[in-house]
Design a protein around this ligand. Structure first.
Ligand SMILES: [Zn+2]
Length: 267
């Protein structure tokens, strides 16, 4: 799972809370008004971890972007998720993830929207996904796209523009760059799919990701609720508490970032 959270029992260790506080304080010294962006992937199936994650964001009133896998979301499942959407309102930005969340690449890194597929198939999956999510989520659906594994081709992004999508979210520094019509809203911090060689190295890397994200102006934080254990929930709560308690940090969603304009390329 995530070795960095090993040994967390009933609370986040003081040393970690302090380092987090220092990292945020240093980020605030360099950026007067840094923004944060939280993105939760692989959404569509209700369950204990989903509920626990949503309750934390509601409790601290922190906005969250949710990447929904269209084929995982049935009307029946949406009935179980919808109460959170109702409670959160504009706090939550429900947007599109990979149609089936499948890897089609036979070599190299995993991709659902990579070079290993005919462009027509990719266009179809994007269109079907948008249609399904619009039908089920209705006015809750926001026209943004998170590609599985944070990568996709240039042709995918051109198709997104044709379908009326306004933005895409991948890892910071991703290539190819999006067309001008598509705003880039990157993630820097990976909370739950890390592959660190040791917890110490992991924490060092994680706090570096926070620092880099804050320096960019919009610090994107990626969550995978299905991979979360008790320690991961404890740390998330510590993070939300500090972010919510820091008035100089504004938490954005894709919608609020897009609405403000002028963010053609957020690094
Ligand atoms: Zn995913």
């Amino acid at each position: 799972m995530n070795a960095i959270y090993d040994g967390f029992n009933d609370r986040t260790p003081d040393a970690i809370v302090q380092r987090l506080g220092q990292t945020l304080a240093q980020g605030l010294e360099k950026q007067n008004k840094p923004r944060f962006l939280f993105r939760a992937d692989d959404i569509g199936v209700p369950g204990h971890n989903f509920t626990r994650m949503m309750e934390l964001f509601l409790e601290y009133q922190v906005p969250l972007c949710l990447a929904v896998v269209p084929t995982w979301l049935t009307r029946q499942r949406w009935e179980a998720l919808a109460p959170f959407a109702d409670k959160g309102g504009d706090l939550f930005c429900w947007h599109q993830h990979g149609w089936r969340h499948m890897n089609y690449e036979v070599q190299g890194k995993k991709q659902e929207f990579g070079p290993g597929r005919p462009v027509g198939d990719i266009q179809n999956d994007l269109a079907k996904g948008k249609q399904r999510l619009s039908a089920v989520l209705n006015h809750r659906f926001a026209p943004f796209f998170t590609p599985p594994w944070n990568r996709c081709t240039r042709e995918t992004m051109a198709a997104l523009v044709n379908l009326g999508f306004e933005g895409i979210s991948r890892s910071a520094g991703s290539h190819p760059l999006p067309p001008d019509q598509l705003k880039e809203m990157s993630v820097h911090v990976d909370l739950h799919t890390r592959k660190d060689r040791s917890p110490d190295l992991g924490w060092q890397a994680l706090f570096n990701e926070f620092a880099q994200g804050m320096e960019s102006g919009v610090c994107g934080i990626m969550l995978h609720h299905m991979r979360m254990d008790q320690g991961a929930f404890l740390f998330l709560e510590s993070l939300l508490r500090q972010v919510a308690g820091q008035t100089r940090i504004e938490v954005a969603t894709f919608s609020t970032l897009a609405g403000k304009g002028g963010f053609n390329a957020i690094p």
